[in-house]
Design a protein around this ligand. Structure first.
Ligand code: GTP
Length: 517
């Protein structure tokens, strides 16, 4: 069957969401197929389609006796492929449901029996190893009118077969976004919780926790676990306290995992929004939202020229060098770009940094050739074991880490707006000493925490056979040794910091004090 073949190809390419959608389509077609000899009544077909996606076991127990062998085999394969796709997305609980369905259809298949045992073993191993047992949660942020609700609706309308709940934070007018939401999607009213006490970022984080708890009770507590949660923040919100909730609160960190921060940017207005002068001490929300992003949707590209999009992209790169950028219209992007990105998992940091995919910016220079949509990101780094160049902290960082002899280039850099937010990358081909690293981290978190929006890194610690991997949002730090260095692999340290008023020279100097020389 064509869809099965395509789903297998998607699995091989790690396009997990695409793959899930292909399988869902095929399963729906099977459930709705009169030729299949089941689901006869027209009225029953829509329900069957939902049921085969959401509760395959119930569907199969009822329909199995009427199925022909060929259909059983096809369905078994579809569920087996969807199991692997869900594993790719880290959705362990859903994978168990699917492999159980596949086993119902093909009880003699030993490979499937083994797979079922493995997955159940992983789940039983507890939340630390089974990140998949936590509900992945995405934060959508972006300036007023950028296209956040459009993105939310697009995700909800996509045929991903997932049960996703929404938490919205309204600023000012109550309930507008709620009214705009398309209710024919996977969202049911009971899953929409609005934060009406004002701004989610500073005053109602308690409400967010309460909201998440309520959701958990309404769903997992009733045996109807969610596949995901999306939090849409107001256009004026700082996403940090929302993100920090996932580190700081015990209940939330035990049951939910932050999947990523998606920032929608209005290609036509963003440069003005970024450059808007704020009163002393006040934050520019548009700058912060870009600084925090794991994924950036450069939206409304229909309203600007190609040259303008290029300029906007360069400005974004000056603030955040690691987020992947995708140019969009009406916030339409691949589901794999948006959900299941696991941006906060230590494994992802490790993969991203060890693959060296973050290093291209330096070679491109000029700070602007970053996001070729969907690429894991690009990151400036400080060269190999030597301190970098004479840029001070007057806002010319970001795109100009290299010492540029080109006069025109310098000239251009001095005309640039000073966002005070930039990315600093550090790379050293040396090891660090553990006790000095602890002191560095403690200095970093305590003195720079408020200004440090995002940081992540992979470090080689002397005497440690594993890589020390960390990530942090402001002062919320998470790090641990994982994955051994391979035989012959160069032991090195790579980090990136995104924040306000970052003093590149100071960060380098302090980090160099940790080096084992
Ligand atoms: N031309 C154009 N319009 C778009 C695009 N994406 C969204 N819009 C429109 O822009 C307007 C604002 O979109 P929303 O999705 O409501 O934006 P938002 O970020 O949720 O807005 P707030 O809730 O006010 O912060 C709507 O009228 C959308 O239809 C796009 O790519 N091109």
């Amino acid at each position: 069957m064509e869809a099965l073949k395509s789903a297998k190809a998607a699995l091989a390419d790690q396009r997990f969401f695409d793959g899930v959608q292909l399988v869902n389509g095929a399963l729906e077609a099977q459930a709705g197929s009169k030729a299949g000899g089941y689901a006869e009544a027209e009225a029953g077909r829509a329900e069957d389609k939902q049921e085969i996606l959401r509760s395959p076991e119930t569907f199969l127990k009822r329909e199995l006796p009427q199925m022909k062998d060929a259909q059983r085999q096809l369905l078994a394969q579809l569920f087996a492929v969807r199991t692997d796709l869900l594993l790719g997305l880290g959705a362990l609980k859903r994978a168990v449901v699917d492999i159980s369905a596949a086993r119902l259809l093909a009880p003699e298949d030993e490979a499937m029996a083994k797979k079922q045992k493995d997955i159940e073993g992983q789940l039983a191993a507890g939340p630390e190893t089974a990140a998949g047992s936590k509900t992945p949660t995405s934060i959508i942020t972006g300036f007023l009118g950028a296209g956040k609700t459009t993105l939310l609706n697009y995700i909800l309308e996509s045929n991903h077969g997932k049960k996703i709940a929404i938490i919205e934070n309204e600023f000012g007018e109550v309930g507008i976004d709620d009214a705009l939401l398309n209710t024919k999607s996977a969202v049911t009213e009971e899953n929409v919780i609005e934060m009406n006490n004002g701004c989610i970022c500073c005053t109602v984080r308690g409400d967010l926790i309460a909201g998440l708890k309520k959701l958990h009770k309404q769903t997992t507590g009733k045996g109807k676990p969610l596949d995901g949660i999306i939090i849409e923040t107001t256009g004026l919100a700082d996403p940090a306290p929302v993100a920090q909730t996932f580190f700081a609160d015990e209940f939330v960190s035990a049951n939910m995992v932050l999947d990523g921060i998606l920032t929608v940017v209005d290609a036509k207005h963003i440069v003005g929004q970024l450059q808007e002068e704020k009163p002393q001490g006040a934050v520019n929300e548009a700058v912060e939202q870009i600084a925090f992003a794991d994924r950036i949707l450069l939206n409304k590209t229909d309203l600007v020229t190609e040259a303008e999009v290029e300029t906007v992209q360069k400005e974004i790169r000056r603030i955040n060098k690691t987020a992947a950028i995708r140019r969009t219209q009406n916030s339409v992007a691949d589901m794999d770009f948006l959900l299941g990105i696991q941006a906060f998992s230590l494994e992802k940091v490790l993969m991203q940094i060890s693959q060296g995919s973050l290093e291209e910016e330096e070679h491109h220079g000029h700070g602007g050739h970053g996001g070729h949509g969907g690429h894991g990101g690009h990151e400036g780094h400080e060269g190999h074991g030597h301190d970098s160049h004479g840029h001070d902290n007057h806002g010319h960082e970001g795109g100009h880490e290299h010492s540029c002899a080109d006069e025109a280039c310098e000239h251009q850099s001095h005309k640039r707006h000073d966002y005070r937010v930039s990315s600093v990358g550090i790379q050293r081909d040396q090891e660090v000493l553990k006790e000095k690293l602890d002191a560095f981290i403690s200095w970093l978190v305590q003195t720079k925490g408020p200004d440090l929006y995002r940081s992540k890194g992979v470090l080689a610690v002397r005497g440690m056979s594993q890589k020390f991997v960390f990530h942090a949002v402001h002062m919320q730090f998470s790090g641990r040794p994982q994955d051994a260095w391979s035989e012959g692999e160069k032991r090195q340290c790579k980090m990136v910091f995104i924040g306000k008023n970052l003093d590149r020279a100071e960060l380098n100097k302090k980090f160099d004090e940790c080096l084992a020389i």
